[in-house]
Design a binder for this molecule. Structure first.
Ligand code: PMP
Length: 286
């Protein structure tokens, strides 16, 4: 069953301080961010009517905008309150929240000087990200850029052109997602999630140079340490995939997602992945 289009639903969206009917949350075609990619956004999950790590997400939205040299007109506390309000108004018990900020239609030039900053927050039901218990990844030809070419730590709309190209090519190849290398050829991340490999009983994950430093990534690193599993952040090269005995992804949407295969190589869903998946599921519902 296909779900209704995102712009044609019942409910309300928080839009610059007000709750507006879902279908009325619109902007002009000459909106600066629509042309130059400088919108920033978040993805949050609701469990039992509450957003997991809400303040961390609101704070990251601020940092994402700051990395693109603008300020949001609402404080972290105001964004937290607005999010709680829109989740409650839509009576959302379980689902997803999409805050987005962008620069308005006051000017058309590349410079964003003089634009107004807008913020909206939508909340809606959303189930599992993948249908499969263990997903198949294929290596993408698209590379994560150098931090000298883009602010990797910003959840900036423009950076997702790489993710959308990589993801759609992976789907066309019969996989569920893409594994991206970075500009140096090191393992980086999937199109909406961070990567972990179990090597010799230790959990290895790429450094934050070219990835979005996921809130789930940090949470799962903590959970692993609590279980006595050593966590190593370092540069990881593709040939090391041969030594990994378990592979999984982390992200707000994907949670802890076992990876069953990368290109031709298969991985079992092992005990460390299963433990961390259970620990994460328990934590988000606490
Ligand atoms: N990398 C990318 C490219 C993402 O889009 C996401 C999802 N926000 C992540 C990693 C995981 O981040 P988080 O755990 O904060 O959801």
């Amino acid at each position: 069953m296909s779900s209704p289009p995102m712009d044609d639903r019942d409910g309300v969206i928080w839009y610059n301080g007000d709750l507006v009917p879902w279908r009325d949350a619109r902007f002009h075609v000459l909106t600066h961010s629509m042309h130059y990619g400088n919108g920033v956004f978040e993805g949050e999950r609701v469990y039992g009517g509450k957003v997991f790590k809400l303040t961390e997400h609101s704070a990251r939205l601020h940092r994402s905008a700051n990395m693109l040299a603008y300020e949001l007109p609402y404080s972290v506390e105001e964004l937290d309150a607005a999010t709680r309000r829109v989740v409650a108004e839509n009576k959302l018990e379980a689902g997803y929240v999409r805050p987005v900020a962008w620069r308005g239609a006051e000017v058309i030039g590349v410079s964003a000087k003089g634009t107004k900053v807008h913020v909206a927050i939508a909340a809606f039901p959303w189930g599992a990200y993948y249908d499969q218990k263990a997903i198949r990844l294929v290596t993408s030809r698209w590379k994560r850029p150098s931090p000298e070419s883009s602010p990797a730590g910003s959840k900036a709309a423009g950076l997702y052109i790489i993710c959308t190209l990589a993801k759609d090519e992976a789907l066309a190849a019969g996989a569920q997602d893409a594994l991206m290398h970075d500009y140096k050829g090191r393992l980086s991340e999937a199109t909406g999630a961070n990567l972990f490999l179990l090597i010799d009983g230790e959990l290895h994950t790429p450094t934050t140079e070219t990835i979005l430093n996921g809130i789930t990534r940090l949470t799962v690193m903590d959970l692993a340490r609590k279980r006595g599993v050593k966590v190593v952040e370092r540069e990881i090269w593709p040939d090391e995939l041969a030594r990994a005995t378990e592979v999984f992804l982390t992200g707000t949407a994907v949670e802890v997602q076992p990876v069953g295969a990368i290109d031709g190589r298969e991985y079992p869903v092992g005990p460390v992945t299963r433990q961390l998946k259970d620990d994460y599921a328990a934590l988000v519902r606490m």
